[in-house]
Design a binder for this molecule. Structure first.
Ligand SMILES: Cc1ncc(COP(=O)(O)O)c(C=O)c1O
Length: 396
């Protein structure tokens, strides 16, 4: 019996001991090309020197004091994040689930303000907002919800990009609805991209019916799609935005940002956590944002995303089972015509890292800093894996 609870059923039997840029080395010294970045976390690649320097300097100065006291780095990070995002206030936690929990509590405070006793949130089918009880209760993926019921009557779901269903749902539950939550690009849902028109329609409905528009940018944010935040492609302003993953390039952090009518909904004592926004992680997140600005990485992500998409389209065009490639910047999903989990051992053999989402989609989330030579290599290795996968599954 393993001493680790068996929550990760598809854990790949390999352990890495070193990383640099877009490469990881296993304990036997084999090099792997990383097309996944710890699931959209190491956006600047592994151990970027500028970030490692800040980690070491801050770790040898001050790591933790608690939120009982002012944390200067946290305040600086909040100001910087708000400036980059066009938001007003931030709450810091330690993970995506915590960021979304904060957003959920903000919706409850908003409901109280509006006199709604039994509030509802509208969410998307196929959405993934976390594994805590609250975030499961608004996640539109039955697979992760099953077995932990009951959730209470606090959410409704609509298919993404279906404007008619969205309008109908808002009209039907007008009296109880307080918020609409959406990932501008669903990551775990299979790289499902919300259209600009759809995001704009959500914004318009939230204005019309006085609802909070929440964008979950935990996977799509921090430059990954070629904009600082994916919703910015649609030219809209959310009331609440949640972040985590890439914000500190691998140190645990979560952030819930508010704007306009979502500001000042938390009163003192109504929310908090021990570790959130500590000196170490805040200094590192600040360095991540500054590095991205200095190296123009958001524009780089857009250009690299276009390059990868074009090269994948050419290289994969002759493989019959490839049904589509969905991409927004460096969130890339190669849609296969069958369950694709059997490709994972093949990927290990070809020494390339990616994963499978929504059963049939090969997901790539490479670093914003990946070199063009490594991008070429990624296309080649991924294509070789898919070709081998189809050779092996041809008889089925
Ligand atoms: C869009 C989105 N929201 C929320 C989460 C949950 O984040 P965490 O695993 O840090 O709790 C994830 C994690 O994959 C995510 O992709």
């Amino acid at each position: 019996m393993s001493a680790i609870m068996p929550t990760y059923f598809s854990q790949v039997p390999i352990a890495f001991s070193k990383g640099a840029g877009s490469w990881l080395w296993d304990e036997a010294g084999n090099a792997y090309l990383d097309g996944l970045t710890g699931i959209a976390v190491c956006g600047l690649g592994h151990c970027p020197p500028a970030i490692t320097e800040v980690i070491c300097a801050q770790a040898s100065t001050l790591i933790h004091t608690s939120n009982t006291y002012w944390v200067t780095h946290q305040q600086r990070l909040a100001q910087k994040l708000c400036a980059v995002a066009g938001m007003d206030q931030v709450y810091f936690g330690n993970s995506g689930a915590e960021a979304n929990e904060a957003a959920l509590k903000l919706t409850r405070s908003y409901a109280r303000k509006k006199g709604i006793a039994s509030p509802l949130i509208l969410s998307m089918e196929g959405s993934f907002h976390g594994r805590s009880m609250g975030t499961l209760s608004i996640s539109g993926t039955p697979r992760i919800r099953e077995g932990f019921e009951p959730y209470g009557d606090n959410a409704r779901y609509v298919p993404i990009n279906d404007l008619h269903a969205l309008q109908q749902a808002v009209l039907t539950d007008q009296a109880r609805l307080v918020a609409i939550i959406i990932e501008p690009v669903q990551g775990d849902g299979g790289i499902m991209i919300a259209s600009h028109a759809y995001l704009q329609a959500i914004r318009a409905l939230c204005d019309k019916y006085d609802l909070l528009m929440i964008v979950d940018e935990i996977q799509s944010g921090i430059g990954r799609t070629g904009r600082w935040f994916a919703h910015q492609w649609a030219g809209i302003q959310p009331d609440i935005m949640t972040l985590a993953k890439a914000l500190a390039n691998g140190l645990p952090i979560g952030a819930c940002l508010s704007h306009g009518k979502a500001n000042d909904l938390f009163k003192p004592g109504k929310h908090g956590c021990t570790f959130g926004g500590g000196p170490l992680v805040s200094a590192v997140a600040l360095a991540v944002i500054e590095t991205m600005e200095r190296d123009n990485l958001v524009n780089r992500a857009e250009a690299l995303g276009v390059y990868l998409l074009e090269h994948l389209q050419v290289r994969l065009s002759a493989i019959l089972g490839v049904q589509a490639i969905r991409a927004k910047g460096l969130m890339i999903g190669i849609v296969l015509d069958r369950n694709a989990f059997a490709i994972m051992p093949i990927a290990l053999k070809h020494k390339v890292l990616f994963n499978i989402v929504a059963n049939t989609v090969v997901r790539l989330l490479p670093a914003l800093t990946m070199s063009y030579a490594d991008a070429d290599e990624l296309v080649e290795r991924v294509a070789n894996c898919i070709e081998e996968f189809y050779r092996l599954t041809a008889e089925f």
